[in-house]
Design a protein around this ligand. Sequence first.
Ligand SMILES: *Cc1c(COP(=O)(O)O)cnc(C)c1O
Length: 398
Amino acid sequence: MIPVNEPLIAKNTLSYVSDCIQTGWISSAGSYIQRFEKEFAAYLHVKHAVTTTSGTTALHLALASLGIGPGQEVIIPALTMIAVPYAVLYTGARPAIIDVDRETFNIDPGKIIEFVKKSCRFDHRRKILVNKKTKNIVRAILPVHLYGHPCPMDRIMAVAEEYSLLVVEDAAEAHGALFYPDADRKKARFAGAMGDVGCFSFYANKIVTTGEGGMVVTNDDAVAERARRLKDLAHAPQRRFLHTELAFNYRMTNVQAAIGVAQLEEIEKSIALKQKMAAAYHKWLADVRGLTLPCEKPWARNVYWMYAVLVEKEFGLDRDELMRRLREEGVDTRTFFVPVHQQPVFANDKESQEASFPVAEELSRFGLYLPSGLALTEAQIQAVCQAIKKISASLPGI
Ligand SMILES: *Cc1c(COP(=O)(O)O)cnc(C)c1O
């Protein structure tokens, strides 16, 4: 079976990890933590990077550090990983769901504006946006750079600016993805480094992994300091073991950070591998009827975390049946996420349950991703494409 993901262990991993073991620095104090944070921040050109235990806890920590809580809302895309609405709910805030763009799969800025104009009122004096139905204050936009393609951050930042909203980017699937603000592509901004705060995951299938782990990045000194306090139980500055506010233990271990440092050394190599994989898939799948291939907008560097395709009606088989037949051919695939409003865990939010997000629903029905791991070989990609072409050729034309 060709697996959907197989990680590549970076060259220096064993030596850095051995160093932790041999010196006894296996917990959350230790030099690799500082080194990983410093080098990750330098890579993204941001001032601060704060390690956490996962992408999920990075999102929670980011929102908590910005003071997001009950009576507030965070705008999120309808198609995303469940950790995104979870993190909002952990703070006591409510996720306000917005439909996505069919080409990039990412939150649609036009639909954010539509939501703000139709469902909210802006209090100019207090500079707050209020959801007219729920009466909550809308505090932030949480764009997710899905499957490696960045969101149109210029448009999202403009909406945020106009309505005094914070921006928390989820770049868990987009390490190294770039947004080019100008047509000449001279200036580039990293996914995760454009909003007020950016969040990353280092789960085993992500572009940079520490096994499990996450990172919060920001240019804001106060937010970074607050994130450092909250992730470590918020000991009072004047006295250790005195706690004046509710906090968490989201500390990464030095061993994980050591793996991260080794991985980060090879990030551009990993991205180049992802792009080479995408180019090979593009080449061999371009002429398959009814298969929509992932895009790369002229203003973007897509890092193709996963090679995500849509099985349109013209293909002649539905998505699930294609997945089943590919499995018979020895090819493992995964479906897209289930839209947030259709998640049973979210059933008590009437407002969202009654809404419809047609693009997210369609993508969730048609979307699957092909084997995309860093260890994938050219021959395996060719085998995947041959299997798809064989299935496609066996179908009657429409
Ligand atoms: C993986 C992922 C997360 C969560 O990261 P974990 O490290 O698994 O907790 C959050 N958001 C997105 C978009 C992800 O893909």
